[in-house]
Design a protein around this ligand. Structure first.
Ligand SMILES: [Fe+2]
Length: 403
């Protein structure tokens, strides 16, 4: 088979673009006080800090005047160096000014399958007139290309994010692979970079390691943790977008995400998009819906999803968060189509985190579960246990110990 015009070879397979997104890899929010915000995501939700980056050291300037904590916090729920990034908003806005005051998301990051895909994607996007913000490599070791969607939300394609192992050590700062620009391909492997660092006398075990002193008294699947649940996967991001058709075009035709399903909420079309077998990693909502739903008006982020390991964990999370005094918002069930039980907890920084344990999986034929075959969930009713379904605990799974 030969590749027709405007078709691309992705690892020997033909696609409409020179890359194939495999999953959402990480997500970033910008907040006024990162030091305060991280307490919720780290101590309450259980994300682990893999590194901090002090913007006062790396990019000092008046944009940091009055900023209570100048650190960027890279946090992770699995072995990826970061899956959730918390940035000081004045610094993030100075680095890349969003076109709207209410954009508080600094990155929506998608994992491609190879370094070549990330490099070729940048060239292809550029050829289409797509604005490219920057490309290169940062702490966390991933090669990247950053570019905005037409509604001002910063997207990133990445390959090669650093993996943090059993010892919890990230790469030492001496090995942070800062790069502006992409390399000529092929490029050396990480294992070669590590050998080079050792040869240069770098102590490769001198990186950052987070260790908390929280009491660990909750039985999570037979393991003692500091909270009765464990984040096992991230996403979906639910975004309000001003130009809905342009956003839909961008995420489908440009990034290659697939629309799993669409629903109507209060007279507005809402679409759910997936990268892999998950029902959705991204929900797009028209901006007009924001005030109708009565949610916060100062952000285009409706919610960010964090999947926990089981239904029992989700149920326990509800009691745990209620006991700690956190508040929840109620959203129409249609807004989390493909998920059955969900909690929408409001973080102290104002963001809404969508906790859930199940996401419908979409197979080779692209069909979602017929509505009448979905689990019926009565809002506010949490049975002690529930029947399994064909795709319960399906999809991306968590590797390794829970804590
Ligand atoms: Fe990133």
């Amino acid at each position: 088979m030969t590749i027709a015009d405007a078709k691309y070879d992705v690892g020997g397979v033909v696609y409409d673009r020179p890359f194939k997104i495999r999953r959402m890899n990480h997500f970033g929010i910008s907040v006024d006080d990162t030091g305060e915000a991280v307490k919720f995501y780290r101590d309450v939700l259980g994300f682990v800090v893999s590194d901090t980056l002090d913007t006062a050291k790396h990019d000092p300037g008046p944009w940091l005047d009055g900023v209570p904590d100048t650190n960027i916090y890279f946090t992770r729920h699995n072995s990826d160096h970061h899956t959730f990034v918390i940035m000081p908003r004045p610094w993030a806005d100075h680095a890349e000014k969003p076109p709207r005051e209410d954009i508080t998301i600094n990155q929506i990051t998608w994992q491609a399958g190879s370094l070549r895909e990330v490099v070729e994607a940048r060239k292809w996007l550029d050829s289409l007139g797509q604005k490219i913000d920057r490309y290169g490599r940062d702490p966390g070791s991933n090669w990247h290309t950053y570019f905005p969607d037409p509604t001002g939300h910063c997207n990133e394609l990445e390959y090669g994010i650093e993996q943090v192992g059993w010892d919890g050590l990230s790469k030492p700062e001496a090995m942070w692979p800062w790069a502006q620009g992409h390399p000529d391909l092929p490029y050396k492997a990480e294992v070669t970079e590590i050998a080079d660092a050792v040869a240069d006398g770098v102590d490769i075990t001198s990186g950052y390691r987070w260790e908390d002193d929280l009491p660990k008294s909750y039985d999570v699947g037979g393991v003692l943790l500091a909270r009765p649940f464990k984040p096992v996967r991230i996403g979906p991001a639910s975004l309000f977008v001003e130009d809905f058709p342009a956003a839909e075009e961008f995420y489908t035709r440009r990034l290659g995400l697939t629309i799993s399903e669409e629903v109507e909420v209060l007279g507005h079309r809402v679409i759910f998009l997936r990268a892999n077998t998950e029902h959705h990693s991204l929900t797009l909502l028209p901006l007009e819906l924001r005030s109708k739903l009565g949610v916060r008006e100062d952000s285009t982020l409706l919610s960010f999803g964090v999947q926990v390991g089981s239904y029992a964990q989700l149920r326990a999370a509800k009691a745990f968060l209620e006991e700690k005094g956190f508040s929840f918002i109620d959203l129409p069930q249609e807004l989390y189509t493909g998920i059955d039980y969900a909690l929408h907890v409001v973080s102290p920084d104002g963001n809404v985190i969508q906790l859930y344990y199940y996401m419908e999986q979409v197979g080779w034929d692209g069909r979602t579960r017929p509505v009448d075959q979905r689990r019926r969930v009565e809002p506010g009713v949490w049975p002690e246990n529930i029947e399994s379904q064909s795709d319960t605990y399906g999809g991306e799974t968590f590797w390794g110990p829970l804590g």
